[in-house]
Design a protein around this ligand. Structure first.
Ligand SMILES: C[S@@+](CC[C@H](N)C(=O)[O-])C[C@H]1O[C@@H](n2cnc3c(N)ncnc32)[C@H](O)[C@@H]1O
Length: 520
């Protein structure tokens, strides 16, 4: 068995390797988004929009996010590691398909410390901190201490307290059930579904824990429909350590890092989530660590995505707006109702139609989006006071309706080449449910059918021809579509469903994909 040098432990250190992780896209890893959030906090980002930078992602999983960022930030140099060879192999296949230059290491965090590496402007880890052993967290902190440049930024996401406190016994129960059933020889996904079933039996039998923690009962119900790969990596590692913000901040102080802001949705606008009374209450708390903890009690925070910097350099009041001028916003998912209300933390916020309607129309009208400076000088959006425009853009970012990008767009040919590869894989079904937008510098949600329709559109097919082509693909693979749990058995029913989906795709999605340079 492979050993992680130095620890004498099994190389996995209790981390799940039986099944690979999902291949999601996580925008919090984007250097552009991190740059924007730092500017909003009045802190100098590690790089200028037109400058180069070195970026390391720790524990890349299947490496889709890293590939997207490397392809769409051509001035950056990208690096990453994961100790699971299957993950690194997948990431390498994406890099080969898209032509991204990424230096990938099949290293554990301990092994990484022995490499001769440059110092980095960005070191990010998403979905790693809470799921690894204490010893591995120490290795992560040591890597940050040694390898993050002065002025550099670390993004660390983690399961947070108090939001997950009541779920800890549920995870203990399920994980222990899975551990005790290992002798059965059943594969991990089978053992996971038995563990869920066991917890449900306890709940349905009236176990008091579930009665007094109604939210946990709801959580258990929601787990039934989750992807088994996600469940394995979220709940069935040996370690699962939700922490208070102040505990994580204390660990990172040892690496010389201080809190700089949040890349969570609406993280640029922390006051929006609380009532005015709550805001003035937390403002009265002097210690930043305690203040953040108290906010988390107010919001019952379950997950945090925090930025920490080594040696923050504060900007003058006008600087952030000036520097953000070159950053581009692209509409990736137009809001259903520009004058509706949204929930942010404790509050319902009404979107002012007179601000959001014209802003969305202007953003949606331009291929690849507009820079903040262009929005400021535009006939329509230029009428908005800079502070109002800035806040509205941050709100749209929080809603995930827009993407932010800074610096050169990546090579369209490379992005197309990766999208072609992904759409070809969609024929047999692939774990990637996104395609890449060259101009928005991000990934856009695109399920298997959308990828297949785009593949057909790229060959000149209209909606009807695309529906027929996809029905042939499914037929040749002996597959069909399930609606409300019922498979469409009749060929005519399948074709009719595909016609509906293709019609919607050609009407609503294809024009958006074209505007965002999501081509094949
Ligand atoms: C939950 S996944 C998150 C993956 C990716 N960051 C994402 O968000 O999609 C955690 C990743 O950390 C990797 N990992 C866990 N322990 C590790 C270790 N000791 N050294 C290197 N990688 C590790 C796992 O293989 C897995 O890919």
């Amino acid at each position: 068995m492979r050993k992680t040098a130095g620890t004498g432990e099994d190389w996995t250190a209790g981390y799940v390797v039986d099944v690979p992780y999902t291949a999601g896209y996580h925008r919090e890893l984007s250097p552009s988004l991190q740059q924007y959030v730092l500017l909003q906090q009045g802190i100098t980002p590690p790089h200028e929009p037109d400058g180069g930078f070195d970026y390391f992602e720790m524990g890349i999983g299947r490496g889709f996010s890293l590939n997207v960022h490397a392809l769409t930030h051509p001035l950056g140099r990208f690096w990453g590691n994961d100790f699971n060879p299957e993950h690194v192999n997948f990431a390498q296949s994406l890099a080969a398909a898209g032509g991204a230059t990424i230096r990938l290491f099949e290293d554990s965090f301990e092994d990484l410390l022995k490499r001769d590496l440059p110092d980095f402007d960005y070191i990010s880890l998403h979905g790693v901190w809470s799921w690894i052993s204490h010893g591995n967290r120490r290795a992560v902190v040591e890597f940050l201490r040694r390898k993050l440049k002065v002025g550099g930024v670390a993004m660390v996401s983690y399961n947070a307290l108090p939001g997950l406190a009541s779920a800890m016994p549920l995870r203990h129960l399920m994980s222990n059930h899975e551990r005790h059933s290992r002798g059965s020889g059943a594969p991990l996904d089978g053992r996971i579904s038995e563990a869920l079933g066991f917890a449900q039996t306890l709940r349905d039998g009236g176990a008091h824990y579930f009665r007094i923690n109604a939210n946990v009962s709801g959580l258990l119900t929601s787990l039934e429909s989750q992807n088994p790969q996600y469940l394995a990596h979220e709940y069935f590692n040996r370690d699962w350590a939700p922490m208070y913000f102040s505990e994580v901040a204390a660990c990172l102080t040892e690496a010389g890092l201080a809190f700089a802001g949040s890349v969570s949705p609406f993280g640029c606008l922390p006051e929006l989530a609380l009532t005015p009374e709550m805001n003035s209450f937390v403002k009265g708390i002097e210690s930043m660590e305690f203040r953040e903890d108290v906010r988390d009690f107010m919001l019952n925070t379950k997950f945090r995505r925090d930025l920490f910097v080594r040696g923050a350099r504060r900007l003058s009041v006008e600087e952030p707006l000036r520097r953000a001028g070159a950053m581009r916003f692209a509409l990736i998912d137009p809001p259903k109702s520009p004058g509706g209300t949204i929930t942010v933390g404790m509050r319902e916020i009404a979107l002012q139609k007179e601000i959001y309607e014209p802003l969305i129309a202007v953003l949606g009208g331009r291929e690849g989006g507009l820079s903040v400076a262009e929005l400021q000088s535009h006939d329509v959006t230029g009428k908005l006071p800079p502070g109002v425009l800035n806040q509205a853009l941050s709100v749209l970012l929080g809603m995930d309706c827009v993407a932010i990008h800074s610096g050169d767009a990546g090579s369209l040919e490379n992005v197309k080449s990766l999208n072609r590869y992904l759409a070809d894989r969609a024929v047999e079904g692939s774990p990637v449910a996104h395609l890449v937008s060259a101009s928005a510098g991000t990934a856009i949600r695109a399920d298997r059918f959308e990828q297949l329709f785009l593949r057909e559109a790229g060959r000149g097919a209209d909606a009807e021809q695309a529906a027929i082509a996809v029905s042939k693909i499914l037929k040749s693979r002996g597959e069909t579509i399930e609606l409300d749990g019922w498979p469409l058995v009749e060929e005519a029913d399948l074709l009719s469903e595909l016609r509906d989906r293709a019609g919607f795709f050609y009407r609503e999605r294809l024009p958006l994909f074209r505007k965002l340079a999501v081509g094949l």
